[in-house]
Design a protein around this ligand. Structure first.
Ligand code: HEC
Length: 95
């Protein structure tokens, strides 16, 4: 029995670890898809990628919040950072 436990636990740990990583790397894009697609198409955002810096996106996202987008302060910062670093071709929410 003592030898069986690691054999079960190790692959389990590996699976949890692998899924944990992919969940983290996808989280920012998921936030954009879930918070920013309610009122207009994400194309509207993708058109602007690469044209604004962090300050520009922060201003834009805050304006969306004033219009009713549901983001807290941490999410505003996270989404703005994601968008200022994003490129239209490489962004999962644009495809
Ligand atoms: C409550 C509705 C709503 C949500 C949610 C929303 N938007 Fe908007 N968005 C608008 C409206 C309305 C416009 C067009 C009017 C305007 O530009 O003032 C717009 C326009 C835009 C534009 C076009 C350029 C511009 O400055 O007008 C961008 C870029 C944009 N939104 C990004 C976002 C992002 C990023 C999010 C998620 C954080 C988001 N929007 C969520 C309502 C919303």
């Amino acid at each position: 029995m003592k030898k069986v436990v690691p054999v079960i636990i190790l692959p389990l740990l590996l699976i949890v670890f692998t899924f944990g990583i992919s969940a983290v790397s996808g989280a920012d894009s998921n936030l954009v898809s879930s918070k920013c697609s309610g009122c207009h198409s994400l194309k509207r955002i993708c058109r602007e990628l690469g044209k604004k810096d962090l300050a520009g996106w922060t201003q834009n996202v805050k304006r969306m919040v004033e219009m009713g987008a549901d983001l807290n302060a941490a999410e505003i910062a996270e989404v703005s950072k994601t968008l200022s670093n994003a490129k239209p071709e490489g962004s999962s929410f644009c495809n």
